[in-house]
Write a protein that binds this ligand. Sequence first.
Ligand code: F6R
Length: 245
Amino acid sequence: MNIIRAKNYQDMSRKAANIISAQIIMKPDCVLGLATGSSPIGIYAQLVDWYKKGDLDFSRVSTVNLDEYRGLSHSDPQSYYHFMHENLFRLVNIREDATHVPDGTNLDAASACAAHEEVIHFLGGIDLQLLGLGNNGHIGFNEPGEAFEKETHCVNLTESTIQANSRFFASIADVPTQAYTMGIRSIMMAKKILVIVSGETKADMVANAFFGPVTPQVPASILQMHPNVTVVADEAALSKVPADI
Ligand code: F6R
């Protein structure tokens, strides 16, 4: 696991965007696994900026997203479909049919999840998977549990995740209680993984997930077993790990 120290959120975003940009330049028809949430917003803004300056070309890039709330329409401002279009897809020259967010409008969980998994296989797997780190150690919506979940599946969100995500909704009652998410196996199959973490509230989890035991109680801990993981974290997020790391 390669850990890159960043000064703050802006620096983390720029360093992580550099890694994604290098992936696109090295392999213009690459498959990017993408995440939503607060952490990647600065990365997407940076990539859009480089695209506008003519330094990046998304015309042959394909994307698959980690997760989506079950039951939200595409036009719902809180859907991850909407988030991805607002923050990236409509701002760069990616083909609409090359972007794949799990279909939260399909209430048939088995069919929605199987379709997403099929897309990943059809594309030949993910070259670079971007991940944020949940406060409780989740990646995607793989919540702490008894076992590492496998492929794309439907989950009941935990109280802690519903609480954390309620900041984006009018009230906590509006937060969906279920989501479709790529599983740990789908994530671990990616050739490269890029994790971004910012802020002191994640510092304990950074120490647990990346320096503690590998356990399904801390889903992100499994990343210690992946052969090609880069973590870009800011000083605040790294404040609970030794300074020489
Ligand atoms: C989002 C996702 C989640 C977030 C995590 C961190 O697609 O899969 O696992 O990455 O909840 O969220 P933020 O970045 O908002 O702290």
